[in-house]
Ligand binder design. Structure first.
Ligand SMILES: Nc1ncnc2c1ncn2[C@@H]1O[C@H](COP(=O)(O)OP(=O)(O)OP(=O)(O)O)[C@@H](O)[C@H]1O
Ligand SMILES: [Mg+2]
Length: 343
């Protein structure tokens, strides 16, 4: 079967740094293809080539078997290739229906937007995808999960044949992931080819049919999902076998940061832990468990209602992020584009 979209011998460099080399990759109709690899392996670069954002330096790109040049994302869109970036790109002040039809509004014979028809078609579309969203609400007021659904609906309204999802689950809680996966399954049944990027390997086993592994811009493995296991994947991602119990006794320095009984009414309660010099501490929990709220309290973005913070053995009061920065605490926000940068 001719793949919907393929690259052969793809090479891409940025100012002399080879980011992708000699890469073959294909997406077929009715298939969910996983793309996995460590940070910096080249996954996003590959899908930017597929989506017309970057031009390949070497190799060829084939759309339904035909060698094609995609000069821009608009070009890719015209060929039915839609890439949904991790950072969503909807217009927040426009409604879901306006976002869906932005760039291809139904028009009246006077050339104005046919609002009634737009609403009807948006409702039909959302309904056919079992997406429960009021199409007239500005998307800025929707949850991230709902915004993602709107982006996917937009892709479908553009007659997408290939849908690429770059880490779509990174921002979703468990229940929303299930909703997204149900939608992916429906689109697959409709014959779309889907590329799914995720760092959560269990998700790859849950919804993907095939997997391609990248390491340092090269393909290190490709297989039907039924023929492999997690160890196979990890070995190809990191380039060696990963011993199941690799943890050695390590030595850390003095406590650098200590939280004692830190609480913030309605958000988290009695949180205590210490981070030592040279140590990485993971803060785990489901979405909504309060991890971000704890981090925000540490950097002075929210004031704790009880408890203390010690830095290198001294009690400190951190009233604002400026103070945190002066004390040598940096905060990389969860939503880097909206909260971490002034683009
Ligand atoms: N525009 C660019 N200019 C220069 N280097 C780039 C550019 N885009 C990506 N790179 C480099 O290419 C390599 C691959 O990056 P890419 O973003 O494709 O990785 P990734 O697999 O998507 O990683 P992650 O899992 O962190 O999203 C990295 O070393 C990155 O620094
Ligand atoms: Mg990436």
């Amino acid at each position: 079967m001719t793949p919907l979209l393929a690259v052969r011998g793809l090479g891409k460099s940025f100012s002399g740094n080879v980011v992708l080399s000699d890469l073959d990759f294909a997406v077929h109709a009715g298939e969910v293809q996983a793309l996995v690899g460590e940070n910096g392996a080249g996954k996003s670069t590959l899908i930017k080539v597929l989506g017309g954002v970057y031009q390949p330096d070497r190799g060829e790109l084939l759309v339904e078997g035909e060698p094609t040049r995609l000069r821009s994302p608009r070009d890719a869109l015209a060929r039915g290739i839609v890439v949904i970036q991790q950072e969503l790109s909807l217009a927040p002040h426009l409604s879901a229906e306006e976002n869906i039809f932005l760039g291809h509004f139904p028009t009246t014979r006077f050339g104005t937007v046919a609002r009634g028809e737009m609403r009807r078609r948006a409702a039909e579309l959302l309904d056919s995808l079992s997406i429960e969203i009021d199409p007239s609400v500005p998307v800025g007021r929707l949850s991230i999960a709902q915004q993602q659904m709107v982006e996917i609906a937009k892709a479908i309204s553009l007659q997408a044949k290939v849908l690429v999802l770059d880490e779509p689950t990174a921002v979703l809680d468990e229940k929303r992931v299930a909703t997204l996966f149900a939608l992916v399954a429906r689109l697959k049944a409709q014959g779309l080819g889907i590329v799914f990027i995720s760092h959560h390997l269990e998700e790859v086993f849950r919804i993907c049919d095939r997997v391609t592994v990248l390491r340092d811009g090269r393909k290190t493995g490709e297989a039907p999902i039924g023929e492999i296991d997690q160890e196979w994947l990890v070995a190809r991602m990191i380039g060696r076998d990963f011993p199941a119990h690799a943890r050695q006794a390590r030595r850390f320095g003095k406590p650098a940061l200590e939280l004692r009984g830190l609480s913030r009414r309605g958000e988290f309660e009695d949180v205590s832990f210490a981070v030592h010099e040279g140590e990485i501490v993971g803060l785990a929990g489901l979405v909504g468990a309060g991890r971000t709220e704890v981090a925000r309290a540490i950097v002075g973005l929210a004031r704790p209602s009880a408890g203390t913070i010690r830095l290198h053995g001294q009690d400190v009061r951190i009233d604002d992020p400026g103070k945190a920065a002066r004390l040598g605490i940096s905060y990389l926000t969860e939503d880097r584009k909206a909260q971490g940068l002034l683009p």
